[in-house]
Design a protein around this ligand. Structure first.
Ligand SMILES: [Zn+2]
Length: 417
């Protein structure tokens, strides 16, 4: 009996050593990211179905309801349309900046750099991958090989199967899309398992096809369960790599828009359900942003933080999202015009902090054409004050920037003509 405390002591010490060792390993681990977009599944549907793989990943990290659509009735309101949503994820900005208004992708504004460009610019040795049921994601949104998009190359790519109408005949049942999703997820699992690219994007489309065809229905739900299994192959590959290599994998799974409340057949508008999405991640530690109904734009800074990417200063001033991992200062910056004055409000993450925020204003938007904006400092305020009042001149356009020790936040004032 007397020996027991000593034994417990030794066991405790051993556990302590093991845990220090594992923390040390974690610190030196190579960060890796996979993000997956499963098309067109509103938040309530995922909550109702609770598919097993997404459930398991959520248990390792977390699940949250989220949103797309930008600021409703504001300058950043964004159509709840597929390519529009993908590009908000890729650039961390809403449509008023990235300029992809629909699936035609007519004139993307590549000055708002996407994740793949930032990854290569930050560290040219990083390996990137795209596994997609829609080729335009790589060729138009990332803009692979386009000089105006930074001549980005993607190291592992598997897409364009939708053009092979012999192998994948286009029938009205849309079952060919399911077969392409299957091939895409197989290849993603295989390449991730064998090569472990640093940044991978997987895009699966069949769920949206079933949503359009059958609305809220058994067929739509079956498609989600099937996508969940496809994600499971990728999740297994990640778990295997994580156990066999000194790697720190972040997986983020989301959707690009919800569906209409009446039938579930449609999307594109600004109803609550069309704007309602969700995010699943294995990140074990998330900051307060994760539980504030984050936006699809928040995934961009999250991925940059995990990979340790350097975002160019002028690009980071334009990012509309806030990372939901790592240390942050503020979220939810808003501007309210009131009798010639502008009242800024925001949410401080550390309520008692005495750290300062600086407020800047630019009256130009040269950035959108590749130019520079001159920001004028308007004042300083404690982050924890959560508001600031300023007077602007009579111009029709102002970009307001809040600079805190760890981030930028921005909001526009656009006067009605
Ligand atoms: Zn979609």
């Amino acid at each position: 009996m007397k020996k027991q405390p000593l034994l417990i002591g030794i066991v405790a010490m051993a556990l302590l050593l093991v845990s220090c060792q594992s923390d040390k390993n974690k610190k030196n681990a190579t960060p890796k990211v996979v993000f997956i977009i499963v098309d067109g599944i509103a938040g309530d549907v995922i909550q109702k179905l609770n598919p097993p793989v997404l459930g398991e990943i959520s248990k390792a990290g977390g699940f949250t309801l989220a949103h797309v659509g930008g600021g409703k009735d504001s300058y950043s309101q964004t159509p709840t349309i597929s390519a529009v949503g993908y590009n908000s994820l890729l650039t961390g900005t809403w449509v008023n900046k990235h300029n992809v208004w629909d699936n035609d992708i007519a004139a993307p504004n590549y000055y708002y750099w996407n994740l793949f460009r930032i990854a290569k610019q930050s560290n040219s040795a990083l390996k990137t991958a795209v596994f997609s049921t829609w080729e335009d994601n790589r060729t138009k949104l990332i803009g692979e090989g386009l000089s105006q998009a930074g001549n980005v190359s993607v190291d592992f790519k598997f897409d364009g199967l939708e053009h092979d109408t012999v192998k994948y005949p286009h029938t009205t049942t849309k079952v060919f899309i399911q077969r392409i999703d299957e091939a895409v997820s197989d290849e993603a699992a295989k390449v991730i398992s064998a090569e472990g690219p640093d940044l991978s994007w997987v895009y699966l489309q069949f769920t949206d096809e079933m949503g359009h065809k059958f609305g809220d229905s058994q067929q739509f739900h079956d498609a989600i369960v099937s996508a969940d299994k496809q994600i499971g192959k990728i999740w297994d590959a990640i778990k295997r790599r994580q156990s066999e290599n000194n790697e720190d994998w972040l997986i983020v799974i989301t959707t690009d828009h919800g569906r209409d409340a009446e039938t579930g057949h449609n999307h594109g508008g600004q109803s609550d359900r069309e704007r309602s999405t969700w995010i699943v991640t294995n990140a074990p530690q998330r900051n307060a942003r994760f539980d504030q109904n984050p936006g699809i734009v928040d995934i961009f800074p999250t991925i940059c933080y995990h990979l340790g990417l350097q975002i160019p200063e002028d690009v980071s001033r334009e990012v509309d999202g806030v990372s939901f991992i790592g240390p942050i200062d503020v979220s939810e910056l808003r501007a309210q015009k009131d009798n010639g004055k502008v009242v800024l409000t925001w949410t401080a993450i550390e309520k008692g902090s005495s750290e300062k925020a600086e407020i800047y204003v630019a009256e130009t938007n040269n950035f959108k054409e590749g130019g520079k904006d001159e920001y004028k400092k308007m004042g300083e305020v404690a982050v924890s004050q959560e508001n600031f009042e300023l007077t602007l001149d009579g111009g029709n356009f102002h970009k307001i920037l809040l600079k805190t020790p760890r981030q930028y936040a921005n909001v526009w004032i656009v006067n009605e003509q």
